[in-house]
Design a protein around this ligand. Sequence first.
Ligand SMILES: Cc1ncc(COP(=O)(O)O)c(C=O)c1O
Length: 418
Amino acid sequence: MQFSRFGSRLGGNTGIVQLMDDLGDALRTNPNMIFMGGGNPARIPEMEFAFTEALKKALADPQESHHLLGVYQPPQGDVDVLDALAQMLNDEYGWPLSRKNIALSNGSQSAFFVLFNMFAGEFDQGVKKQIKFPLAPEYLGYNDLGLGENFFSASRPKIELLEKGFFKYRIDFSQLHLSANTGAICVSRPTNPTGNVLSDEELHQLNEIAVAQRIPLMVDGAYGTPFPNILFTDIKPHWNENTILVLSLSKMGLPGVRTGIVIATEEVIETFARANTIHNLASGNLGPTIARHLLKNKQILKLSRDLVAPFYKSKMEAAVQIFKQALGDLPYRLHRPEGAIFLWFWFKDLPISSEELYQRLKARGVLVISGHHFFAALEEDWRHSHECIRVTYCQDAQVIAKGAAIIAEEVKKAFVQG
Ligand SMILES: Cc1ncc(COP(=O)(O)O)c(C=O)c1O
């Protein structure tokens, strides 16, 4: 059968599909695999309780249960949820939002598909525009969302070496070359894969550049403020009329309900909602129904601040200690974990590629992600991009310790024997 360009592009061997297939195969062939690869959030019993209570209440009320199961919502999503979100964000941060500034989607991944293709790709008079990542590494799930060639471009970061074996990426503004062909800037904050959190100053500078260029600044808050708030550093939430803030319920513990939230100007939201209607008809009701309950008395904020953030902070601290012990005096650096659910290791001058390290670890029953996937938008090959791995710390400490010991053995072997 012959597929169109669209069919071939999306149905082809895209990086993310290969990676997910590979992870899936590895788990099928070895069910005891130590899984430090994916982006699944951890199970937090108190959060699961809050979600179940919300659902029980919804199902117990015939009117609400009909609203949940038997109704298509309007293009932007459930109006009560939009109102409650706008009210909460305005109260907390003094933003000037109304329901017209918010749209719901079936997961933030699908929201990015629409948003990226709204601002980059083909324009009139043969003009082609790109989405710019001001700092690579950046979320690998963006890689294949653009319907066109050379859809993304990225800039190398500055690497700041910190005490005690840590390092941090910073945007290298001297290398951030935007042109008339840049359609939007996009950052994840906190960043998947590194756990980096762009400082308020960096975001402020990006905002000024975007405003001057008359292009939007997209901020992916999948791990950020106000929920799930997986942040270990103090930052100011950011939104203005030039910003498209994208949130998600996934990392609070609801990846299965597929709910994303887009906050932008009325014009952007209107266009987004129309496009979303074309490819989804309506967004699902399960996530918004849970959210409606959790938005009452701002419970969603309390849970994020009092439960989710401390849960991940203590997991992160334990994982850092475990890895420090396991890796000992091997030549490695760890990105300072400032948020999200990952540790990002840099093995400078590693004699093998991170992909080879990934393969060797997989053969030993440990799944991580090779760092090079997160640099796909960089034009040039950069050795550093083959020296890093991403590890999740959502598992129990014993599992992390087992994984860390095997990672340490393989890294040592690579440095000694190649
Ligand atoms: C940075 C980032 N953005 C967006 C997403 C997409 O999340 P979802 O579609 O579940 O909202 C993910 C998922 O891992 C992510 O890590």
